[in-house]
Design a protein around this ligand. Structure first.
Ligand SMILES: *Cc1c(COP(=O)(O)O)cnc(C)c1O
Length: 391
């Protein structure tokens, strides 16, 4: 059981408003804030290099913390400055040539689809979307029928940015591995609200962000590169942290995931990210998933009762993202009206998940994402606020 009073005491702003945007950028708990601000102050006192050396053990421990959080080994973890940076670093290192195929799902995120389509056009590879099944999640049978040895990568979004859906990851990974394709899991909307265990899911690569459900600082991200994948990947964007200049004409690259890190980073944010991971682990990933799922279901149930409001979530298994539309009202208008009533939500537009939104004939949806620190009574308050939109 999560101690609601304790987590709310760590999140003072959770009382001032109904905060339903942990899928956008959550409220960091006090230990995260203290870590970031404390380190910035220390940098101002002794300089960034000395301040970082003082925290060397904690920074090193971060790889073990994230290994535990993500079901990986410490040498399979790399820290970055966003989920997109993690995703790009991994994708850029996947060998891809003319005639190769990349498979994506219909809920692919624009931040992934744009670089895939761009690079595929440059090298003469093709990008194909795996159809969704009747409930909206990736159709694993359809995937099996598409697979052959030219498929080099399957890009799978765990939880899409624009619906409550949870995709079946292990099934996709098992199918993809039969033809030797790598599986890159976008866990940006799952890490911090659902358990994401790279080894159990048997995915090769995982990208995720700090600021969403994990409640870390902005400008932080993490990448998992499983050892097996490291043998296939060809990192290109490397620096003096990724390897060593051993002779005038020769370099030796690291063999672990940190080959994908750059030397420079915000140490304060990194420490804050590690604090956020510890905070989640202390609460328990299963407990978090349970609480978030309960809040989201309560919200969906309330919204479904409202005339003119349509819940737009798809999929069989659902998580903490709740999307809806209000008849005759634009999503941005609804967002702003709710903000006026102290309810923080955001919107998702067709351009972010073009295939899925086009398929469903949607231009935009309102997105509400309640974390475990939201009181059930606040969820009801949000429903009541939505009921007044359009009146
Ligand atoms: C937000 C999001 C991303 C990008 O995360 P950044 O940290 O902004 O780079 C990637 N995939 C999905 C599904 C997202 O919702």
């Amino acid at each position: 059981m999560i101690d609601l009073d304790a987590v709310r005491a760590d999140t003072p702003a959770a009382s001032g408003r109904v905060f339903l945007d942990s899928a956008g950028s959550s409220l960091p708990p006090r230990p995260v804030l203290d870590e970031v601000i404390g380190h910035l102050r220390r940098e101002a006192e002794v300089g960034g290099y000395v301040a970082a050396r003082e925290r060397a053990d904690d920074l090193a421990a971060g790889y073990r913390v994230f290994a535990e959080l993500l079901g990986a080994e410490p040498d399979e973890i790399a820290f970055t400055d966003s989920a997109t940076r993690s995703w790009l670093a991994a994708f850029d290192a996947v060998p891809l040539g003319a005639g190769d195929r990349v498979l994506v799902t219909e809920v692919e995120y624009a931040g992934n689809a744009i670089p895939v389509l761009h690079r595929a056009a440059q090298v003469g590879a093709t990008v194909e979307a795996i159809p969704s099944d009747a409930v909206g999640q990736v159709d694993v049978d359809a995937l099996r029928s598409m697979l052959d040895e030219r498929v080099k990568l399957v890009s799978l979004v765990h939880v899409p940015t624009n619906s409550g859906l949870v995709n079946p990851v292990a099934e996709v990974a098992a199918a993809a591995h039969e033809v030797g394709a790598l599986v890159l899991l976008d866990a940006c909307q799952s890490l911090g609200q659902l358990p994401v265990h790279a080894a159990e899911l048997d995915v090769d690569l995982v990208s995720a962000t700090g600021r969403k459900w994990l409640r870390g600082p902005r400008g932080t991200g993490v990448l998992v590169v499983r050892r097996r994948a490291r043998e296939v990947l060809r990192p290109r964007l490397v620096d003096l942290h990724s390897g060593e200049w051993v002779a005038p004409d020769r370099v030796e690259l690291r063999t672990d995931a940190r080959v994908f890190e750059l030397w420079e980073a915000s140490i304060a944010d990194r420490l804050g990210l590690i604090a956020a991971a510890r905070y989640a682990l202390d609460l328990g990933l299963a407990e978090i998933a349970h609480e978030v799922g309960a809040r989201a279901e309560r919200l969906r149930a309330g919204l479904r009762e409202l005339p003119g409001v349509e819940v737009r979530d798809i999929g069989e298994r659902r998580a903490g993202i709740v999307t809806f539309t209000v008849a005759g009202r634009g999503a941005v208008e609804v967002r702003d009206e709710l903000a006026g009533r102290g309810v923080v939500v955001t919107t998702s537009h067709a351009g972010s998940t073009l295939l899925d939104m086009t398929r469903r004939g949607l231009d935009e949806v309102v997105r509400a994402s309640p974390h475990y620190f939201v009181e059930p009574a606040q969820v009801d308050q949000a429903v009541e606020a939505v009921s007044r939109c359009g009146r």
